[in-house]
Design a binder for this molecule. Sequence first.
Ligand code: F3S
Length: 279
Amino acid sequence: MKVLRAQCAGACYGVQRALDAAFKANEGHDQVFTWGALIHNPQVVEELEREGIEVARSMDQLPEGSTVIVRSHGVPPSVMRALEGAGASVVDATCPYVARAQKAAARLAREGCRVIIVGEAGHPEVEGIAAFAAEAGGKADVVGSPGDVPAGLYDPIGVVVQTTQRRENLDAVLEQLKAQGLEPRVMDTICAATAERQASAAQVAAEADAMVVIGGRNSSNTTRLAEICAAAAPRTYHVESAAELDPAWFADCATVGVTAGASTPESQIHAVEQALQEL
Ligand code: F3S
């Protein structure tokens, strides 16, 4: 069985940067925390815990003088202020591309636009972006699909996008806004890493008899990769680790494609590839 890895797969710049920041902070300090799970990958979070880096979810978990890492998804400005106020030393690992979306939302709000965030309601990145718009005095609506666009909107409307969104979804939401007679200002804040992973995944899925997509089930970008692969390769399996692979999935397969979400480290991809080779 031939195992084909997508040309672009696995940990993106922002995730790798946050992981590096956490391990570096841990070298010199006893009490290092991440504000929420550092990335959407349970195995990596367990590894960080084994290294002594704990997950904090409330301010009272942070002792005076501790170090706290803000993850690549970013946080609302109020949370950043509270962390600093709690006496913790803050390492801001917000991905620069997420920070760009936060700034874009704040700018649109300052300029008087009602802000539409194309993204997944409740996702921490989206909540952070919405908070930046609110801090700048604006109102933000989170729109997951064209059907979520509220009725009764009027210009000026500004659009920002969760970094991991599919371009097709952004385009469909923009079509809907235009159909409502609006002329939205669009800040295209989709991250190139996502598009690259999606294009590579689609390419491999088109050639493969089955696809394995590796990454946390709580990772929205991994779930989206699995959706894209399933469109071309109906036998697409989303796994978190090599241990989940079932040999029966690959019966009669000549070629199996492998890809991984932006929060999946190289070690997990390698383990899956090795397990597939051994089948
Ligand atoms: Fe940043 Fe893009 Fe990764 S926004 S965290 S480089 S997917």
